[in-house]
Design a protein. Structure first.
Length: 355
C-alpha cells in the first residue's frame, strides 16, 4: 500500500523505470513550456500593469509588483537561451524559480492590500500547476507552502470579514489546486508515455530493439553533418538465417538475429539499424580503416563462437564526397561479394542467396 502511494506521488502511478523513460521528454516539454509561458506572462503582466493605471485612484497601485515579476521572468527567459533542453537539473531549477516568482508576486500583492480579499494569488494557485510536468509531490508541496503562507498572512495581518473570506478561499483553492496538481501531472505523464510508446513502435525493431528501416531512412542523410571528416557505412547480412528457421525453428532464427544485433551494437557504435529480415547497417563517424577492420574481426569471432556467421561489407567517404544512398549501395555490393565467398566454401552446405 505504501509503495503504491509512493509511486502515485512520485511517479504518477508509473513504475520508476517507466518514469525514467519519459524523463527526457518531460524535461524537453518543460523547457518549451518555460520559454513560451515566459513570453505569455510578460505580455499578460504588462497588460495588467496598463489596466492598473485606471484603478490606481481606487486602490494602491500594483505596478512595482508586476514589473518586478516581469524583470525576473525576462531574466529567466534569457537564461534559458544558454541552457540545453535536455539539461534536467537546470530546466527543473528554472521552472521552480519561475513558479516561485509568480507565487511571490501574488503574496506581495496580498500583503499590500490587506483591506481587500486576495484575488491574484487564488488565480495563480489554480493556473500555475497546469504549466509544467513535474513529480506530483513536488508541485503539491509548493502549493501547500503557498497556501500555508497565505493562511498565516490572513490570520496575522487581516481582520474581520476580509480575513474570513481569505481563509475560506485559501482553504478551497488550495484543496482544488492539490487535486489539480496530481490529476494534471498524472494525465500529462501518461500522455508522454503513450507518445513514447507510439514513437518507439514506429522506429524500433521489436525483436532486436535496434532502430528499424523507417528510422534509418529518416536520419540517413544527417550523418555527414555529424562527422568531422568521414563517414563509414557497414552493411551486414546474417548467413544461413533461412536454413536455421527451416531446420531449427523460427525461435532459433530469432536468437541468431538478437545475437547479431547485440554484437554489432557493442562493437560498431550507437548507430546500428536492422533494415530487413537478416540485414543490418551500422554508420560509423570518423573511424579509421584499421579500427573498423579490427572491430569487424572481433564481431566475426564473437559470432562464430556462438555458431553464427555474418557477411560484412563497408565503405568510407569524406563527409561531402557522395550521398549516403550511394555509399549504402557500394557497401551492399561488397557485402554480397563476401556472402558469395561464404557460400562457395565447401565446408558450408549449399544455400540459395536471397536478394
Amino acid at each position: 500500500m505504501l509503495e503504491k502511494i509512493k509511486e502515485g506521488l512520485c511517479y504518477g502511478g508509473m513504475t520508476p523505470q517507466e518514469f525514467h523513460i519519459i524523463l527526457g521528454e518531460s524535461i524537453k516539454t518543460n523547457y518549451r513550456s518555460l520559454r513560451v509561458y515566459s513570453v505569455l506572462f510578460v505580455l499578460f503582466l504588462m497588460f495588467m500593469s496598463f489596466l492598473d493605471l485606471f484603478v490606481a485612484r481606487e486602490m494602491d497601485s500594483n505596478q512595482k509588483y508586476y514589473w518586478l515579476a516581469i524583470v525576473n521572468i525576462a531574466i529567466i527567459y534569457t537564461i534559458t537561451r544558454f541552457v540545453h533542453d535536455d539539461d534536467h537539473h537546470k530546466v527543473d531549477f528554472l521552472s521552480y524559480i519561475f513558479l516561485i516568482n509568480l507565487y511571490g508576486m501574488g503574496l506581495m500583492i496580498m500583503c499590500a492590500h490587506l483591506e481587500y480579499p486576495t484575488v491574484v494569488l487564488m488565480a495563480l494557485l489554480v493556473v500555475l500547476p497546469l504549466l509544467f510536468v513535474m513529480m506530483p509531490y513536488k508541485i503539491m508541496i509548493m502549493t501547500l507552502v503557498v497556501g500555508t503562507l497565505c493562511m498565516i498572512s490572513a490570520c496575522v495581518f487581516e481582520k474581520g470579514s476580509v480575513m474570513k473570506i481569505d481563509i475560506y478561499y485559501t482553504i478551497c483553492f488550495t484543496m482544488i489546486s492539490l487535486i489539480e496538481d496530481y490529476i494534471s501531472n498524472v494525465m500529462r505523464m501518461h500522455s508522454l508515455m503513450a507518445h513514447y510508446e507510439v514513437k518507439y513502435l514506429s522506429e524500433r525493431d521489436l525483436l532486436t530493439k535496434l532502430y528499424n528501416r523507417n528510422k534509418y531512412e529518416e536520419v540517413r542523410d544527417i550523418f555527414p553533418s555529424l562527422a568531422k571528416e568521414r563517414v563509414t557505412l557497414v552493411y551486414g547480412d546474417a548467413n544461413g538465417l533461412h536454413e536455421i528457421n527451416n531446420t531449427q525453428g523460427h525461435g532459433a532464427g530469432d536468437e541468431m538475429l538478437i545475437a547479431v544485433a547485440s554484437v554489432m551494437s557493442i562493437l560498431l557504435g550507437n548507430h546500428v539499424f536492422r533494415i530487413g529480415g537478416d540485414e543490418f547497417i551500422a554508420v560509423l563517424l570518423d573511424y579509421d580503416d584499421c579500427l573498423i577492420d579490427e572491430q569487424i574481426a572481433k564481431a566475426n569471432k564473437q559470432l562464430q563462437e556462438k555458431g553464427y556467421s555474418v557477411s560484412f561489407g563497408y565503405v568510407s567517404m569524406g563527409k561531402e564526397d557522395q550521398s549516403m544512398k550511394a555509399l549504402e549501395k557500394e557497401a551492399e555490393a561488397l557485402m554480397y561479394k563476401k556472402k558469395q565467398i561464404y557460400y562457395q566454401d565447401v565446408t558450408h552446405d549449399r544455400r540459395h542467396m536471397r536478394r
